[in-house]
Design a protein around this ligand. Structure first.
Ligand code: FES
Length: 157
């Protein structure tokens, strides 16, 4: 992490102590997590206690103190998705990626997470990949989804 780059990023968003969330959002978007050094710099720049920055960073689901993968896969484990097979979908993703929910693959390509009800129960089971909803998922569809994502990633590089 480049401290100068980080400081520039914080300065772009920093208006006053009320801009803490905007600053943390920018850092999260840039690094896909909130490094401890970033919390320290943001709290110093905004004049807010480090404990307050930490409290905000741990309160909101959108922030993470651990590095995330380039792609986030969220499996809905709400009741409707659960009865329609989301445990099997989650099992397949865990097996394929080699991580448990909350984990990130070693190559930092994927982070696997679970959520409770996305408000689209009729489409369940649902997997959300980088904000895109895939409904009526099955273990077999997971294989196809991952293949497409890995292929797209290879073409991007
Ligand atoms: S339970 Fe999965 S969207 Fe509602």
């Amino acid at each position: 992490m480049n401290v100068t780059e980080l400081y520039d990023l914080i300065n772009r968003e920093a208006q006053d102590d009320a801009s803490l969330i905007a600053v943390l959002e920018s850092i999260q978007a840039q690094y896909r997590y909130l490094p401890f050094e970033a919390l320290v710099l943001a709290s110093e720049r905004l004049g807010v206690p480090l404990a307050q920055a930490y409290s905000v960073a741990t309160f909101y689901h959108a922030f993470s103190l651990k590095p995330k993968g380039e792609h986030c896969l969220h499996v809905c484990m709400g009741t409707a998705c659960h009865v329609r097979g989301s445990p099997q979908v989650l099992d397949r993703l865990q097996t394929k990626l080699g991580v448990k929910p909350g984990g990130t693959t070693r190559d930092r390509l994927f982070t696997l997470e679970t959520v409770n009800c996305l408000g689209a129960c009729a489409l369940g089971p649902i997997v959300v990949t980088d904000g895109d909803y895939s409904g009526q998922m099955t273990a077999q569809k997971v294989d196809t989804l991952l293949k497409h994502m890995v292929r797209a990633e290879a073409e991007r590089k």
